[in-house]
Unconditional design. Structure first.
Length: 246
């Protein structure tokens, strides 16, 4: 296999890069009028390093039919720089079985007990677009609430997540869930542990509240070390509790 570069080695002084990556997340940035502004991708390499990539709608139209979350790709000829409006004719090729090992997911889990301080610091710095990952057991699941918006009626899903020691409130749009009906059906049985990836933390009346972003992903009882570890700890600590609001 031809030589390729690791994400950690990328810099602004060249453009003939070649990386082999897994696309973990894809989302579209849209204007207030609903027009697509750019396509966003999170790329993950074999060194477990991630990078945020952006593609203009014109270029994305060449790749949209075969670029999917979870798939491996070789990507060539691109710029690495602060947003400057310059794009090269990037090449993307699907890789069936790459000669590198790239995990399906990467999470930077932040303990629930640290979120209050974390949100205070970032809000004081006016950094409104930061995101983080959290994990916990779903509790206090409320019925879906319908709210008006500029784009029509939207679903709001409200619940809390608990790690056995701390609770945090969650407010997410229904469209973020892969299958909202199944999410409600599964609640109340065995513990439903969710990883909320790329979420935003806001302060409201002294509380930290989790909100979704276009890049937010919801993983339920995912087969991964993070879920296994919290399940083991909750079992040892004798965790109990579920409640469905009327």
């Amino acid at each position: 296999m031809a030589a390729h570069h690791q994400i950690m080695a990328l810099h602004e002084n060249k453009t003939n890069w070649k990386v082999i990556v897994r696309v973990t997340t894809i989302w579209t940035a849209v204007s207030e009028d609903g027009d697509a502004l750019r396509q966003n991708l999170i790329l993950l390499d074999s060194w477990n390093t991630r990078i945020h990539a952006t593609i203009t709608p014109e270029i994305w139209s060449q790749f949209s039919d075969f670029v999917n979350e979870g798939t491996f790709y070789t990507i060539r000829n691109f710029s690495v720089a602060p947003a400057n409006g310059n794009y090269r004719p990037t090449l993307i090729m699907s890789v069936e079985l790459p000669d590198v090992s790239i995990p399906r997911y990467k999470f930077d889990i932040r303990p629930l007990g640290d979120l209050l301080e974390y949100s205070v610091v970032h809000n004081s710095l006016s950094q409104n677009q930061f995101s983080t990952d959290v994990i916990g057991v779903v509790e206090d699941l409320a019925p879906v609430q319908l709210l008006p918006s500029n784009l029509g009626e939207v679903q709001l899903v409200r619940f809390t997540i608990c790690d056995g020691r701390n609770l945090i409130r969650v407010r997410l749009s229904g469209w973020l869930f892969p299958d909202l009906a199944t999410f409600y059906e599964r609640f109340g049985g065995s513990p439903m542990i969710v990883i909320l990836a790329s979420i935003k933390i806001n302060m409201f009346k002294g509380y930290s509240i989790v909100y979704g972003l276009p890049c937010t992903r919801i993983h339920i009882n995912l087969d991964c070390p993070e879920v296994f570890q919290i399940m083991q700890r909750l079992a040892v600590e004798g965790y109990q509790g579920f409640c469905l609001h009327s």
